[in-house]
Unconditional design. Sequence first.
Length: 464
Amino acid sequence: MNIENPKTLKPGEARSEAISVQELLDREKLPVPPVLRKNFNVHMGSDRLPTSRWTDPEFARLEIDKMWTKVWQFACREEHIPEVGDFTTYEIGEWSFLVIRTAPETIKAYWNACLHRGNQLKPEGTHGNATELRCTFHGFTWTIDGTLSDFPCRWDFPHIVDAEYALPEVKVGTWGGFVFINMDDDAESLESFLGDLIPEFERWDFKNKYVMNHIAKRVDMNWKVGIEAFAESFHVVATHPQIMPSTADANTQYDVDPKLNYNRMITAMGVQSPHIPPMEEQAIVDSMTPRAYRMGMAMNEFKVPEGMTARQYMAEMRRKQVGAAKNRDYSDATDSEMLDAIQYFVFPNFFPWGGMGTNITYRFRPDGLNPDSAIMEVFILSDYDLNGPRPDPAPMRLLGEDQEWIVAEDEIGGLAAVFQQDMTNMPMVQKGMKSLKKGVTLANYQESRVRHLHWKIDEYINAE
Ligand code: FES
Ligand SMILES: [Fe+2]
């Protein structure tokens, strides 16, 4: 451990001298699952990145043509389309897809376009249940599994061979209740793309979670600016100083390997930032009280008992309170799994957080072909009482252009204030980059996930 980055270390090897995530795990009272013991960071260089990657419409076009058309991407949750015939649309770039459950265990995704003259079969951003897919323009009709079933005035279309007019599909894969699509017919399977992520998440049982809240906002930024704003805890010291009393920011662990299609950071909670003077355990707890990161907790009047740390105590409170609220048993969950930001990133745009109880998920998408606009979405995924019915997923709430995140406080609690702080940066980053001739500079370790994102994009856009 060192703080000054002495010359004896290779680039990327330096770490904060504050307590590490692994040292905090050594103090757990319960057995620590192997997934949390992984700790790796492959250095990918320190070169500056040209700002055209975020601002140039041609680069955005390259990403669309060579990356978004080839990559697995999170389209919806299975609980959005639980019954046969349930559909939802998914938009990326200039395209829309119709994701539909065609049998109890089968989900398909079609290009959302009528094969007659191209009318969208369902309007963008809609969902519902269909017994057939009938185009509103002239009435060409398909069964939900994509077979052309009928159209008016057949006598005028002797050139249509029904078998050649099935709705074109894109690949669909599911994992943990998430439905993914991939436009590339030759793409590797979703299982192979996700690799070890699948066993790593097993413990957290994402299949049995539901979308408790879903908030979206269009932001004047490149989609990558959004991802990058959430991919590191380095900005806490300047952007979110109010959470430093209970956030181990500079000593966050970043797990990155260019061979993987995902990466991870673990930011310990209930532990103070190394940036501020030493605090009493009770003061750390008091600082957490007003910001219920994860819903379902009455966070008030907490007193740390003698001999317990703020972290141990708050984890125990969450085990009890969230466990009671969701009728789940978290007795084998480590403090880390109850409290920490175990934040995974699945390339190219999806952040599922690991851990128990309620979890955050982010998704960032380009807004059409515009490099200066993106759609940011926050999903709160929650456990629910497995003895009762599965709750319906929350509908997406799209915040208006002038609406601040703060209006979503009822849904996402103290996170709203944190997002509002991030919002002040993101559009200014997008504007400022246009004046940044030198290119973007990244920290070797704390911004390694940002570099990983660009590394992966390059893999796609440089592929033959
Ligand atoms: S465009 Fe769909 S039926 Fe004509
Ligand atoms: Fe932030």
